[in-house]
Design a binder for this molecule. Structure first.
Ligand SMILES: *Cc1c(COP(=O)(O)O)cnc(C)c1O
Length: 394
């Protein structure tokens, strides 16, 4: 009999590099393997498990919805979906919500809206930033400006201009009256936990005033409390025309959405966009449970405080390993420690020692723990990092 890992290699497309851990269940901020070994989980399903594992509010919402229906389709008005849309409108300050099953699909829908709006306003060029990540479908991939993701699939969508990240001058040169839209991440996640600079952010929003293009904030990773405000743009006191949100939104179930301002809410006419599963009631039920908890001011301020504490600990850690740690970046509970090309090996050493996270941008250890994480868990992670680094570098 083949073991699980052999079977996975035999039957699954070989495009991921899974941890060699046979997970049984999760509880709080820990995962447990089938031998009962605990792993402190600072990956959280790639910033998805906002409330950790087995959160009672998620479980109750799920059980309640399971006993009603699993799926109806958008031929029906669904109460949990409407309630979640109302929450997202209230939290974002935008006007209308469309639900999808993933972040990529939210970006795809936004690209369609942007393109249609561009036809009406005689603008065609979309700007995205080097190192960005917006998804892997052909549309979303067209604005994911990383050669390793794009090169095998060229040509992609036309009229896309790539601008160096955090270069406000290059950006100012790139925009003109033909600029249709700018897609940006407040903190590049996949690109290596890189916050957008004040200069570039100002240039994006000033340019909008001048040329009248659309600004789309990809909040798929930064959203739903991750950085200590419900959405990251709120921290930076700007107002995009549209946002994409996903990852933490479903509290563990696949759920994405885009949220539009009033001006964009009437661009798509009936039948021009749609989805079979998007806004599925199970995902909306867990999403609603998640949002109701995350939006609480005390919950958000705890994310800020724990994130600040975590960042300070990482900075103190970094000062002990100046030859290895090049930078500590990020906000709230979206933090990165740049360690260069050793990153994948260090990550592997960490999961062997019971600490899970992943590598972003090829050189940065990315920490996106469940938002319920506390200082004790942060201390445990830092203690493990010390033990692991001391074992390797001393
Ligand atoms: C994860 C991610 C996406 C893609 O979302 P999926 O749910 O994987 O389709 C897009 N943009 C950003 C910023 C992301 O972090």
């Amino acid at each position: 009999m083949m073991d699980l890992f052999e079977q996975a290699r035999k039957y699954l497309l070989n495009i991921y590099k899974p941890f060699p851990i046979d997970v049984d269940y999760g509880k709080g901020v820990y995962l447990y393997d089938k031998n009962g070994r605990a792993y402190l989980d600072f990956l959280a399903g790639i910033a998805v498990n906002a409330l950790g594992y087995q959160h009672p509010a998620i479980q109750q919402a799920l059980v309640k919805q399971i006993n009603r229906n699993l799926h109806l389709s958008n031929y029906f008005i669904q109460d949990v979906q409407v309630e979640l849309a109302r929450e997202l409108v209230q939290q974002s300050g935008l006007s209308k919500v469309f639900f999808s099953n993933s972040g990529t699909e939210a970006i795809e829908g936004l690209l369609k809206i942007v393109k249609k709006w561009g036809r009406e306003h005689h603008k065609s060029e979309i700007i995205a930033f080097e190192g960005s990540f917006h998804g892997r479908s052909l549309g979303a991939l067209s604005i994911t400006m990383q050669a390793k993701y794009q090169q095998s699939f060229l040509p992609l969508l036309p009229h896309i201009k790539s601008v160096p990240a955090n270069d406000a001058q290059a950006f100012a040169k790139a925009i003109n009256k033909n600029t249709l839209a700018v897609f940006y991440e407040g903190i590049m996640g996949e690109g290596g936990v890189r916050p957008i600079s004040e200069d570039l952010l100002n240039a994006i929003y000033d340019g909008r005033d001048r040329f009248g293009y659309l600004v789309v904030a990809d909040e798929i990773q930064t959203g739903v409390g991750r950085t200590g405000t419900f959405y990251y743009y709120q921290k930076r006191k700007v107002m995009p025309d549209a946002i994409a949100t996903a990852k933490g939104l479903g509290g563990g179930l696949p759920l994405g959405a885009f949220v539009l301002n009033e001006k964009l809410s009437s661009v798509l006419k009936r039948g021009e966009h749609g989805t079979t599963y998007g806004g599925n009631p199970l995902a909306c039920a867990t999403g609603l449970a998640t949002v109701k908890i995350v939006k609480q001011p005390e919950f958000l301020s705890k994310i800020l405080a724990t994130g600040q504490y975590f960042k300070e600990q990482l900075e103190a850690f970094a000062s002990q390993y100046p030859a290895i740690v090049k930078d500590v970046r990020g906000e709230g509970l979206m933090l990165g420690m740049e360690v260069g090309e050793k990153a994948p090996d260090l990550m592997a050493e960490c999961y062997k020692h019971g600490l899970l996270f992943n590598v972003a941008g090829g050189n940065t250890l990315r920490f996106v723990p469940p938002l319920i994480v506390d200082k004790t868990a942060v201390d445990e992670a830092i203690t493990k990092l010390h033990a692991i680094f001391a074992g390797i570098f001393k």
